[in-house]
Design a protein around this ligand. Structure first.
Ligand code: GDP
Length: 500
């Protein structure tokens, strides 16, 4: 199969035999690994990472490593404030005068001599990016819940994410400087969402903190370390390094730089790293205080310079022995990548053809029945009104509307509502309707008729909205019909002074 061919190639590239590669994979992915036939480039890369890890050292010498923590929670519950406070702890404990830079993660040294690494990428972006690649660097999630606000939609999302990723939660009830009295209720409510706190016989720890005043911070840090001890987090620092890209940017004087969160081995100056289709020879490394460092052991985030191009956030990178080796791996990947794209393209085309055939059928079906009746009705009404206007002798102003909708049913609904609730400002004339995304043609028609496009539950590509902006065409896009109508009314209102 394609899959075993690819494994063969990867194995060859890493100078190992195919059986060993397969065994490695089975160990990494379990038995159902063989069941799918197609191997994506992502998989291929992961395979390579696994293989590299295994061939580096068959018996890893595991040593304890710091926990990697992600702070999550509903908006405004105090994530930023908490991270700022933790970061300042790290500055205070570190070299004096250091200014913390945002590199996507930072390490906090504890009084006990231990360290906690916090990810502080905005929102859940990096977490999701990693999850979508099946990569998970987070050991522990600190779930921030504001005492005054309680469990909110995003709190639940975070709980779901944590449970799905099987990452343990430490609950931090925040803003306890003011609203501590509500924490009992929150603790009780957490039970409803299968977060069982220790005090109810469960496993999750809960601490009451104030990110603003600093109250409970030490307890929180202790709770994280206790959780970490239970997980027995270990890694081998004496092997070739690998890690995950947390953040990237192009820095003045340094070129493309990337924060690598080291997972195994020790990243050193001069190391050659491969990450997807880019590579680096690490020229210099900095910690979050901008201090040059020579070595980064497991669980350490470092800003590494020396990349030939920006690697992708959330992607795994691994050390190879030389530049030549890097080139070989990249060549292999680009070949796999190209084939992968071709396969996907073929799949997409056949899907599109299927979809088109289905659409044609749907339109045919509809055109026989409702569509004819509806159009007839609209035209009749139009005629009646025109006659009426003629009789009155005064032509009112008109607005042309183009409607695009996701499916035939919703298109009809939008038309019905528009026809039956004619906005009062202006006579609305539907000049064109269609199922599907807003496309260039729609803009052309709208421009010709000086009309507006109503887009219900469909997407508008960047190119199309740019074209609309250039041509001065308004696209009103929403997935709630009444919002669409409201915005149409506003638009009509705006047209009035110039039209009348
Ligand atoms: P985020 O959206 O979760 O990052 O929340 P922020 O950290 O931006 O905090 C939202 C607001 O809550 C800000 O005005 C903070 O000053 C405030 N805040 C954060 N932590 C506390 C706290 O412990 N006590 C009080 N009283 N206010 C807090």
């Amino acid at each position: 199969s394609t899959k075993s061919m690819k494994i063969q190639e990867i194995a060859t590239c890493f100078h190992i035999d195919k059986d060993y590669a397969l065994k490695t994979l089975k160990r990494a992915y379990g038995n159902d690994y063989q069941s799918t036939n197609l191997m994506s480039i992502k998989e291929a890369e992961r395979v390579a990472v696994e293989i590299v890890r295994k061939i580096q050292k068959k018996t890893p010498q595991l040593k304890p490593r710091p926990p990697i923590v992600t702070v999550m929670g509903h908006v405004d519950h105090g994530k930023t404030t908490l991270l700022d406070r933790l970061r300042n702890t790290s500055v205070a404990a570190g070299e004096p005068g250091g200014i913390t830079q945002h590199i996507g993660a930072f390490s906090v040294p504890m009084a006990s001599g231990r360290t906690i690494t916090f990810l502080d990428t905005p929102g859940h972006a990096a977490f999701s990016a990693m999850r979508s690649r099946g990569v998970n660097v987070t050991d522990i999630i600190v779930l921030v819940i504001a005492a005054n606000d309680g469990i909110m939609p995003q709190t639940l999302e975070c709980i779901e994410m944590a449970q799905e990723a099987k990452v343990p939660i430490v609950v931090a009830i925040n803003k306890c400087d003011k609203h501590g009295e509500n924490s009992a209720r929150i603790k009780q409510e957490l039970l409803d969402y299968s977060v069982q706190l220790e005090e109810f016989g469960g496993e999750a720890q809960c601490v009451e903190i104030s990110a603003l005043t600093g109250k409970g911070m030490e307890t929180l840090e202790e709770a994280i370390l206790i959780q970490s001890d239970m997980m027995n987090l270990k890694s081998d620092p004496n092997t070739l390094a690998d890690g995950v890209i947390i953040e990237t940017k192009t820095a003045k004087g340094l070129g493309p730089v990337a924060t690598v969160l080291v997972q195994r081995g020790t990243l050193k100056k001069g190391c050659v790293l491969v990450c997807g289709d880019v590579w680096a020879q690490v020229r210099s490394m900095y910690n979050e205080r901008g201090t040059l460092i020579d070595e980064a052991p497991p669980s350490t985030p470092v800003l590494a310079a020396g990349w030939k191009d920006l690697p992708q956030i959330g992607q795994e990178c691994f050390q190879v022995k030389s530049r030549a080796e890097a080139q070989k791996v990249l060549n292999l990947f680009s070949e796999l990548w190209r084939r992968d794209m071709e396969e996907k393209e073929r799949e997409k085309i056949s899907l599109k053809q299927k979809e088109e055939r289905k659409n044609v059928k749907r339109e045919e079906r509809e055109s026989r029945g409702q569509r004819v009746r509806r159009i007839t009705r609209v035209i009749q009404e139009e005629r009646r009104e025109r006659a009426e206007r003629k009789r009155k002798g005064s032509e009112t102003s008109q607005a042309s509307v183009i409607i695009k909708s996701d499916v035939a049913g919703s298109l009809e609904a939008v038309e019905e509502i528009l026809v039956s609730n004619q906005p009062t400002q202006m006579k609305v004339e539907i000049i064109q309707t269609g199922v599907g995304n807003v496309i260039e043609d729609d803009i052309e028609v709208a421009e010709t008729f000086k009309g507006v496009i109503l887009a219900y539950n469909v997407s508008v590509s960047k190119a199309v909205s740019q074209m609309a902006a250039v041509k001065g065409v308004t696209i009103i896009s929403h997935n709630v019909i009444y919002k669409l109508m409201e915005q149409l009314k506003d638009w009509l209102q705006d047209q009035l002074p110039t039209v009348t």
